[in-house]
Design a protein around this ligand. Structure first.
Ligand SMILES: C[S@@+](CC[C@H](N)C(=O)[O-])C[C@H]1O[C@@H](n2cnc3c(N)ncnc32)[C@H](O)[C@@H]1O
Length: 293
């Protein structure tokens, strides 16, 4: 007979020896998944026993994790900006650091009064999330700005299928549309806000990433020789499409602040370009906003 607390202990020992950074937490989450129980159920039910089917399920989950599969893929979901999003191997696992971009972009819309439409304008705020993956950025913006119209775009149809599931889950269907395409090549008209977390890992570094990260789609990681190929192209395409009062917020790697900020300045000489840190103080977001009078 295996009790819940024994199952957590044994699973955590196996996860620890497989190199997990948080073996007890992960073991608890996997036990809850195997038993189909809500989060923190384990704390109140340590003496409960697992039946044979539950043990078999747990065994399968722990093996997948030991084998380096990201926890989010095993669970099928990840929290982002206070909400749950579906994820699977077709998309990048959302990172907490990416919340920095949402915070900054929302602060900008508030600062310049973009929350609804602008004075004298009766059209909604137009936002594009380029390289949307699971849709976390665009859907979070749509939920925080109920008057906005958002386009989620990605070159990967597989990723867009996951984004579509998340649109349904969060009930943003009417205000959010999906477009398959390369960066902004599909766009005709002006846009108020571009948000993007495009691939920015330098190609030669991909093989040195943790095995877990290498399970994520290469198209979501590979940013070319210096990691900035996609942003070089995005910054070149964006000036023709961005409203004069519009802004761009993109996520970058911690070592790319100077180079990515320089690229943005080249293409937006009349705008304010700032590099913002994440909560750990590492360069994380390049913001291009209109210069104040
Ligand atoms: C780093 S992932 C980010 C996903 C999501 N925005 C997030 O923050 O979790 C980058 C995404 O960009 C997409 N992508 C890569 N190259 C692209 C391109 N040329 N045009 C549009 N999307 C692209 C990938 O398919 C992937 O979904």
């Amino acid at each position: 007979m295996t009790r819940v607390h024994d199952a957590v202990r044994r699973s955590s020992e196996r996860l620890a020896s497989a190199g997990s950074d948080a073996p007890v937490l992960e073991a608890r989450i996997l036990v809850e998944k195997a038993l189909d129980r809500p989060r923190v159920w384990v704390y109140q039910h340590g003496e409960a026993t697992l039946d044979r089917d539950q043990l078999r399920r747990l065994e399968g989950l722990v093996e997948r994790r030991q084998d380096g599969e990201p926890l989010a893929y095993i669970l099928g979901s990840r929290e982002f900006y206070g909400r749950t999003f579906q994820v699977d191997p077709r998309v990048l696992v959302p990172r907490q650091d990416t919340e920095t971009l949402v915070v900054l972009a929302l602060a900008f819309t508030r600062e310049v009064g973009m929350v609804c439409s602008r004075p004298g304008d009766d059209r909604p705020l137009r936002i594009v999330d380029v390289g949307t993956g699971s849709g976390i950025l665009g859907i979070s913006m749509a939920l925080e700005l109920p008057a906005a119209r958002v386009v989620l775009s990605d070159r990967s149809p597989e990723a867009l299928a996951v984004a579509r599931l998340n649109c349904q889950q969060h009930g943003v269907g009417r205000r959010v549309s999906l477009v398959q395409g390369d960066l902004l090549s599909w766009m005709a008209g002006p846009v108020d806000l571009i948000v993007a977390n495009l691939p920015y890992v330098p190609s030669q570094e991909i093989d040195r990433l943790q095995p877990e990260v290498r399970r994520e789609p290469r198209v979501a990681l590979d940013g070319g020789p210096d990691g900035l190929d996609l942003y070089r192209r995005l910054f070149a395409e964006a000036p023709a499409l961005l409203d004069a009062r519009g802004a761009i917020f993109v996520e970058i790697g911690e070592a790319q602040g100077v180079a990515a900020g320089g690229l943005a300045r080249e293409h937006f000489p009349g705008s304010r370009v700032a590099v913002h840190p994440d909560l750990e103080g590492r360069d994380r977001v390049v913001a291009v906003t209109p210069r104040r009078e």
